[in-house]
Design a protein around this ligand. Structure first.
Ligand code: FES
Length: 153
């Protein structure tokens, strides 16, 4: 009861799910579409682990309902690589060891891509400010910043 069909355009493919209107985009991705690369940390907009792009903008997917994102272009960590070719930000995180446990990494990478694209990667301070919503409990911040800086050029 209360379940309805939703069409979500994720990583270039439109898929239909049957879900209640209260389902967050994060839960839709993870539990209905099996896209578990996007992580659930706090589920309250405070950690950034769930960061995705919606129409090119960075969004915490735990803070938006799936039903509200029909007709928009949703990109998750699974959509960044082109086939076998990793996105430059993914390569940079590997090169600079931008992770330890890795739980925050998908969100960090999605934010890093947005940071560079939006022109907020001109200095370490600017990157840290932009990325401040993405928490890393291992404290890999210096390496994360180094990765973003490299991609920014
Ligand atoms: Fe969305 Fe923490 S799970 S910000």
């Amino acid at each position: 009861e209360g379940v309805s069909a939703m069409r979500l355009n994720v990583n270039g493919t439109v898929r239909t799910i049957q879900a209640e209107p209260r389902v967050t985009l994060l839960d839709a991705l993870r539990e209905y579409l099996d896209l578990t690369g996007t992580k659930k940390g706090c589920d309250h907009g405070q950690c950034g682990a769930c960061t995705v792009h919606i129409d090119g903008r960075r969004v915490n997917s735990c803070l938006t309902l799936a039903v509200m994102n029909q007709g928009k272009e949703i990109t998750t960590i699974e959509g960044l690589a082109k086939g076998e070719d990793l996105h430059p930000m993914q390569e940079a995180f590997i090169k600079h060891d931008g992770f330890q446990c890795g739980y925050c990494t998908p969100g960090q990478i999605m934010s890093g891509v947005a940071c560079v694209r939006e022109g907020h990667a001109n200095s370490e301070a600017e990157i840290r400010e932009y990325m401040s919503g993405n928490l890393c409990r291992c404290g890999a911040y210096p390496n994360i910043v180094a990765a973003v800086r490299e991609v920014a050029g």
